[in-house]
Every structure is written in structure tokens, then in C-alpha cells.
Design a protein around this ligand. Structure first.
Ligand code: F6R
Length: 248
């Protein structure tokens, strides 16, 4: 499959993770050679775990260093402190940062506890801008087509903000929280416009349950009904799909 400015890579999970890690490794090494930092936008959830394993493996076995990496996560549940095991802050440390040599001062996850949501969101946007913008943004996709926590109805101009989680998002998260009643009802998320400013976007999807929504996002009507469809308007997107998500 080849799109104007979009490519799709389909294969076994291991294969697509290696291809994604190749991109990140080249970026890290290229920037390091010039004494520059690389800014990664990262996602949580189950989808990227094997990709993070591959990055950790390259760090441990091949000496890939993350010392020049600056990272910004897409989203965070409102109200969960950093020590809450379901917070995305904690997830990122468990699944990636604790296992590589990233400088803890270079890691950002949207604030989860704030008095003024607008100020907190604006501060996050400003930090991304000050870092020079995102070079490489990783995304998963929700069952109804959200990217970050940009739920159905999120517009192309949306920026980082507080958002009410969709019913489906809460249902999907319920097992991890031991019941729907324990899932936060709100989150703070980078906006669609914030995401689309990244210079390279990689959307990863695994499993047959994502097949239909991936197809709608890649080739369906572009609009807030499926926020991931706005990626069709970006000039440099890679869709990395396992065989089940691609339906091949
Ligand atoms: C997570 C995020 C979400 C997930 C999406 C898919 O930071 O931004 O958009 O990528 O909900 O979740 P999984 O990978 O668990 O299927």
C-alpha cells in the first residue's frame, strides 16, 4: 500500500517493531553526531510495548544511547499522581525509561494534577515548542479512532486540553483499573493540531480488533468522527500494522 505521502508497512509484530526502531535509531544517531537532541512523542497503552522492548534490547545489547533524547508523552489521566501504578507517568518508566539511559530531566508527561487546566495545557504546548517541536511522534489508535485522548468529535485545530473520556475508552480501560468505576473520567491530551505539527508521525496498530478503525482512519472520510483520519492531511505518516490489524 502506498499513499501520496503516507506509507504502510505490514508484517509480523517483530518486523514492524524493528522497522520503527530503525527509524528512531537513525534519528538518535544522526542528531547525536551533530551534537543535537532528538524530540520523541511517545504513547502508552498495550500497542507499543513490543516496540519499547526492541528499543530496550538495542540499548542493552547494542549500546544505543538515549542521552540525547527528549520525550513528550501524548496524554495522562487526570488526578492520578506519578506514584499511581496506572498513571501513564508510571507506565512509561516501567515499560521504557527505567531500562534506558534517558536523562530523567528530559522526560515530560502531561500534568495530571492541576488547578487551572488551561494553564497546564498551555504550559505543555509551550514546553514542546521550546524543545523545538516533535521530530518523531508515535501513536496508537483507540477502538473509535482516537489518537492520544482526542475522542470522537475532536477537531483538526484542537490543542492540548482537558477532555472527558468517551464511554468506549473507559470500558477499554476498566480491566486494568479493576472496574469502570475506578477509571478516571477525564484526561489531559495533546490536541490533534499539536500531533499534526510533528515532523514524522508513526501510527502503530496490532490485532484484528483494530482492523476496521485503521481502514477508516487511513482511507475513510477525514473528519472529527474518526480523529485519526486527520493523519491523512499530514505529509509524513507511516502506518505500521501487524498482519491482523491490516487484515492480510
Ligand atoms: C495512549 C494513547 C491512546 C492509545 C490507544 C490504543 O497514550 O494515546 O490513544 O494509543 O487508546 O491503546 P492500546 O494500545 O492499549 O490499544
Amino acid at each position: 500500500m502506498q499513499f501520496s505521502s503516507q506509507t504502510a508497512q505490514v508484517g509480523e509484530v517483530g518486523e514492524i517493531c524493528r522497522a520503527m526502531a530503525d527509524e528512531v535509531e537513525a534519528l538518535i544517531k544522526g542528531k547525536a553526531a551533530g551534537g543535537e537532541k532528538v524530540v520523541l512523542g511517545l504513547a502508552t497503552g498495550s500497542t507499543p510495548l513490543p516496540f519499547y522492548h526492541e528499543l530496550i534490547r538495542r540499548h542493552r545489547e547494542e549500546g544505543l544511547s538515549f542521552q540525547n533524547v527528549v520525550s513528550f508523552n501524548l496524554d495522562e489521566y487526570e488526578g492520578l499522581g506519578r506514584d499511581h501504578e496506572r498513571s501513564y507517568w508510571a507506565e512509561m518508566w516501567q515499560n521504557l525509561f527505567d531500562h534506558v539511559d534517558i536523562d530523567p530531566g528530559n522526560v515530560s508527561v502531561p500534568p495530571s494534577i492541576f488547578e487551572d487546566a488551561e494553564a497546564a495545557a498551555a504550559g505543555y504546548e509551550a514546553a514542546i515548542r521550546e524543545a523545538g517541536g516533535i521530530d518523531w511522534q508515535l501513536l496508537g489508535i483507540g477502538g473509535e479512532g482516537h489518537i492520544g485522548f482526542n475522542e470522537k468529535g475532536s477537531g483538526e485545530e484542537s490543542r492540548t486540553r482537558r477532555i472527558t473520556l468517551a464511554r468506549k475508552t473507559i470500558e477499554d480501560a476498566a480491566p486494568a483499573f479493576g472496574g469502570e468505576e475506578n477509571v478516571p473520567t477525564h484526561a489531559i491530551t495533546m490536541g490533534v493540531a499539536t500531533i499534526l505539527e510533528a515532523r514524522r508521525i508513526v501510527l502503530m496498530a496490532r490485532g484484528a480488533s483494530k482492523r476496521e478503525i485503521v481502514l477508516r482512519a487511513m482511507s475513510g472520510e477525514v473528519g472529527p468522527e474518526v480523529p485519526a483520519s486527520f493523519l491523512q492531511n499530514h505529509g509524513n505518516v507511516g502506518w505500521f500494522l501487524d498482519n491482523d490489524a491490516a487484515g492480510s
